[in-house]
Design a protein around this ligand. Structure first.
Ligand code: SF4
Length: 230
């Protein structure tokens, strides 16, 4: 079987959805909680973020105004379970500073921006890179942008659909150029790829019973060599 130069990303989606069904992302109660989670989840497992968010909730800090009013030491302590808590405290504060400086502390005013302006604004905030910005755009603001993470990159590289160092936006276009802009579909697709990365396309890929097995290149996954990440 030859590697497909122009894979059917809808068929890839269906394969994932048949296996795992809806993932109900993002696991948060409010758009602001999505933003806090998107910043806290950088370089850590989601279970640690859940613990940090639970602490913020108990402390009644899960609103822009309440979070901004928290002294730096208190905020860092509350988010300690998420790791890198001093760095993340500064990143949360950088987001809040921008929100209050330019949007009166109101998410509805921030989210009134058109998608390209909104993405630009988020990316200009220290500590917010493309994955975090796009997570906020998709899961908090409901915009049809595709979120790319390390799991996405690894799976695309292993199938020969992307170079290991392909730029973020090129990986996102792999999907968006091949399917209609659809917030709900992008929401589910990214969540399913995370599931794929956690259960099948791990450091050592489990191709034998993987939903994407049908799309493997000849000779199996590239760059994996049994136990190596691409
Ligand atoms: S586990 Fe194998 S078949 Fe599944 S996505 Fe990864 S490389 Fe592809």
């Amino acid at each position: 079987m030859k590697s497909k130069p122009n894979p059917d990303v809808s068929a890839l989606f269906e394969a994932l959805f048949r296996r795992w069904g809806p993932q109900y992302w993002w696991p948060a109660r409010t758009p602001f909680e999505v933003i806090v989670g998107a910043i806290l989840t950088q370089n850590t497992a989601w279970t640690n973020v859940e613990r940090a968010i639970a602490r913020l909730r108990v402390a009644r800090r899960l609103s822009p105004r309440a979070l901004r009013a928290a002294p730096p030491a208190e905020l860092a302590e509350l988010i300690r379970p998420a790791g890198y808590f001093n760095v993340k405290e500064r990143r949360l504060r950088a987001f809040l500073d921008r929100l209050f400086a330019d949007f009166d502390g109101r998410l509805d005013r921030l989210f009134a921006l058109e998608t390209p302006r909104l993405r630009e604004t988020l990316l200009s905030i220290p500590g917010i890179g493309p994955e975090t910005a796009d997570s906020i755009l998709l899961y908090a603001a409901g915009r049809p942008v595709f979120v790319v993470d390390a799991y996405t990159r690894r799976a695309l590289v292993r199938h020969g659909w992307a170079a290991p160092r392909a730029p973020y936006d090129e990986l996102a276009r792999f999907f968006t150029d091949r399917m209609p802009r659809d917030t709900q579909r992008y929401n589910e697709y990214h969540a399913l790829i995370v599931r794929l990365g956690k259960e099948q396309c791990r450091t050592r890929p489990r191709c034998e019973d993987c939903p994407w097995r049908f799309a493997l290149p000849p000779g199996g996954p590239r760059g994996a060599a049994g136990s190596r990440s691409p």
